[in-house]
Design a protein around this ligand. Structure first.
Ligand code: BJW
Length: 248
């Protein structure tokens, strides 16, 4: 891995580091990405049928079952060497935030404590009417249908952000702040196609951060970054952390 001395110096001297992550971060844990050819979820499923509020209104059981399948898949997954390297990096840093589009909790399970989840979390459900957590949900009367809210009888839904929905506003503001404060921002495993999340690296760049992209494939961000490391998260991140610890 070619990293020049100036970049290494900026990594070593960074006081504040942010990692902005997408589905590619968890690919080596066996969690499928959305848009990769062959393996991406959207190659097999239409987002309009599954990841919009309209889809859920139309067919709550279909959406619920798809998310139940994904929940099982993610539940069986383990953090990979890339997740673990980010947790190590955090322990070496004065300030380290993970801003993630992922809904799989793998950063928290790897040991990072500041994890800003822009698109929610697959392991939580909320009432689809009030968008609040529910205690003692009513079991479904039909197999495969979502349980219901005991207060208003609305079906539960996963606490994730679908197309056309606002991001959780406090988390979004905290993510903008983390990007603006960062001396170094790593953009890892994201196609950078989904807004507003995709603007996070640009915010960091505008504030003078060193932005590094880690992705086997080029993205719309690639030409703008200071350094593009073409490789997988589980290969590149442990190598970067090794470089950091050698230089300290
Ligand atoms: C590796 C690797 C390895 C592989 N190592 N790397 C027109 C223009 C602009 C915007 C819009 C528009 N029309 C509509 C919009 C808005 C829309 C949007 O951006 N759409 C675009 C797709 C066009 N955005 C929204 O709707 C958002 N809300 C919003 O805008 O609110 C304001 C508003 C409200 C009301 C009305 C109008 C506006 C909400 C977006 C929610 C996204 N939700 C999802 C599903 C989450 C729940 C779930 O998990 O089911 O979030 S969609 C999906 O995409 C998921 C992801 O978080 C997100 C981003 O994907 P990501 O992570 O980048 O994955 P991939 O698969 O795209 O890329 C993987 C990358 O990894 C690739 O580059 C690989 O090369 C790489 N890789 N292996 C490292 N081992």
């Amino acid at each position: 891995m070619e990293i020049d001395a100036t970049v290494t110096e900026r990594l070593v001297s960074a006081r504040s580091v942010a990692a902005f992550t997408g589905a590619g971060m968890s690919a080596e844990s066996g969690v499928p990405t959305f848009r990769d050819a062959q393996t991406g979820l959207w190659q097999h499923y239409d987002p309009a049928d599954l990841a919009t509020p309209e889809a859920f209104q139309r067919d709550p059981a279909l959406v619920w079952q798809w998310y139940s399948w994904r929940r099982q898949l993610v539940g069986a997954a383990e953090p990979n060497a890339g997740h673990l390297a980010l947790a190590d990096w955090a322990s070496l840093s004065e300030s380290f935030s993970v801003v993630t589009q992922n809904v799989d909790s793998l950063h928290q399970r790897a040991g990072n404590d500041i994890v800003l989840e822009l698109h929610g979390n697959l392991h939580r459900d909320v009432c689809s009417h009030e968008l609040t957590p529910v205690r003692d949900p009513v079991p479904p009367d039909v197999e495969g249908a979502p349980p219901r809210c005991p207060q208003c009888a609305a079906p539960l839904r996963p606490d994730v952000v679908w197309f056309g929905e606002m991001l959780p506003q406090k988390t979004w503001q905290a993510a903008l702040q983390a990007a603006a404060d960062a001396d170094v921002l790593l953009s890892i495993g994201t196609s950078g196609l989904v807004q507003p999340a995709a603007s996070i690296p640009e915010v960091a760049m505008q504030q003078g951060a060193l932005v590094i992209e880690i992705n086997p494939e080029p993205t719309p961000l690639s030409d703008a970054v200071a350094l593009r490391l073409a490789g997988s998260a589980a290969e590149v991140l442990p190598a970067l952390v090794r470089r950091l610890t050698e230089r300290r």
